[in-house]
Write a protein that binds this ligand. Structure first.
Ligand code: SAH
Ligand code: SF4
Ligand code: F3S
Length: 440
């Protein structure tokens, strides 16, 4: 019988994509997927270190593996991803029953490491951040039933925002060869994928470092010309590297969807400087104006941090004012969390947890109002929607996404899955839209 594996994933899209890549590699080597942790011979926990809370969640789950390992000593238990990179060999000391510790850049050899553990019955770790991803693992059939997919075009980050651990755990910025990306896009289309989201910590600096061609707008153009690609998206972009050429792409490329996730982090110049973000509030507002001029229907989402060291009441209010001015379609907001090794550790003016919580709830309440009113504005409009499949709530309800990446639920038959249909929005809700089919 084939050995069963189970991967539990925490963190961002990048981590989800990495877990998919690992699954493809293991399926290709003859392993099968287990439905639950309890059934698995190999358990991998793909971890996120971006905030303390995310890390704690992963560590709690790793702690729970002790019981399983006692019951089934033959089981292989591994920790992969960003916490693995951050804590390294210390994980073996804290959780002596672990067999495998793999950093994010070592995952493409996961099958070899597992064979090594089985053969020699010894612990294995790989934390090399210099290994490069040069091609994509493939396993036909893995994406069956999905209409959209991520595609990693770069790895790592060189920006060193002063609050962020990612550059330390994901290593230096490295771009994948355009040839491979184009080939992978064609493979995904042949597997009935209609929408591709290019991912990387900082996609708009694709190929900038090695001065190779194409640059990011050039890559988008090449991908846009591939037949069968219905929708193209990308995430995340950094405001300091958002060029006019890239903004122009939104007006020129048919498949490029009018949505951008452009993390702002703060509305105060003071704090942006301390964060080492490399742009000002005005520069950010200017970018949004140009984006909206190019595509008036552009949806804009962002990330914001509250309680960064030195954030005065006035700085926090600057963030609220920025939100009112821009009216993000959605905003992901976080309390500043101290992380090992980051520059911000040395900054004075630490904000207490209670104050951070207060600021976060004020900010989130404000955004809820903005999100809802933005969704309500869409009532009565017709939105081009890619149908993803049955909605969670059942009753012949389907779910899809608008060009602006908003979730729409509507009554319809399941044979519409994978098609782009016109949906008239009847109601804008807090987290989604309700609509009805107007044509096929
Ligand atoms: N450029 C990245 C951002 C990754 S981290 C990307 O590819 O998406 C995602 C978000 O987490 C950041 O935009 C920031 O808002 C938040 N974040 C990062 N470090 C943080 C910290 N120490 N405390 C609180 N939030 C943090
Ligand atoms: Fe972190 Fe900044 Fe890099 Fe994003 S751009 S991953 S926030 S260091
Ligand atoms: Fe977390 Fe690593 Fe992504 S720290 S946010 S899983 S890059």
């Amino acid at each position: 019988m084939a050995q069963l594996f189970h991967i539990k994933t925490f963190g961002c899209q990048m981590n989800k994509h990495d877990s998919d890549s690992i699954s493809k590699i293991l399926l290709d080597k003859g392993y099968s997927q287990a439905d639950s942790i309890e059934d698995a011979h190999i358990i991998l926990i793909n971890t996120c270190a971006v905030r303390e809370k995310a890390e704690e969640k992963a560590l709690t789950l790793i702690g729970r593996l002790a019981r399983l390992k006692m019951k089934r000593p033959d089981m292989i238990a591994g920790v992969i991803g960003c916490v693995a990179q951050e804590k390294g060999m210390n994980l073996f000391r804290r959780f002596p029953y672990l067999d495998l510790v793999l950093g994010p850049r070592s995952i493409y050899h996961v099958d070899e490491f597992i064979s090594q553990i089985k053969k020699r019955r010894e612990r294995v770790s790989s934390l090399d951040l210099a290994c490069e991803l040069t091609c994509f693992p493939n396993y036909n059939g893995y994406l069956k039933g999905r209409v959209k997919s991520f595609l990693k075009i770069m790895e790592g980050c060189d920006n060193f925002c002063s609050y962020c651990i990612v550059p330390f755990v994901r290593g230096r910025e490295t771009s994948l060869p355009a040839k491979e990306i184009i080939h992978e896009t064609k493979c995904l289309i042949s597997q009935e994928i209609k929408e591709i989201t290019l991912i990387g910590q900082n996609v708009n600096s694709y190929n900038v470092k090695n001065q190779a061609l194409p640059t990011f707008p050039g890559l988008l153009k090449e991908l846009d010309s591939i037949t069968g690609l219905e929708r193209l998206r990308f995430t995340t972009s950094h405001p300091k590297d958002l060029s006019d050429e890239l903004i122009g792409s939104f007006g020129e490329l048919n498949s490029l969807c009018p949505h951008i996730h452009l993390p702002v982090q703060s509305g105060s110049d003071n704090i942006l400087k301390l964060m080492n973000r490399g742009y000002t509030r005005d520069k950010y507002i200017g970018l949004i104006e140009r984006l909206r001029k190019t595509r008036p229907d552009m949806t804009i989402t962002s990330d914001m941090i509250v309680g960064f060291p030195g954030e005065r009441e006035k700085d926090f209010e600057d963030s609220l004012r920025l939100m009112d001015e821009i009216e993000f379609d959605n905003l992901f907001s976080f309390m500043y969390s101290e992380r090992p090794g980051i520059k911000a550790l040395q900054l004075p003016g630490k904000i207490g947890k209670k104050e951070k919580q207060t600021r976060l709830s004020i900010l989130q309440e404000r955004q809820r109002g903005i999100t809802l009113s933005k969704n309500k504005l869409l009532e009565g409009t017709i939105q081009e929607t890619l149908v993803e499949g049955p909605a969670k709530r059942g009753d012949d309800q389907l779910t899809g996404r608008t060009l602006g990446n908003k979730v729409v639920n509507f009554p319809g038959r399941s044979n519409l899955k994978g098609q782009v249909v016109g949906i008239k929005i009847v109601k804008g809700l807090q987290n989604s839209l309700l609509g009805e089919l107007v044509d096929r």
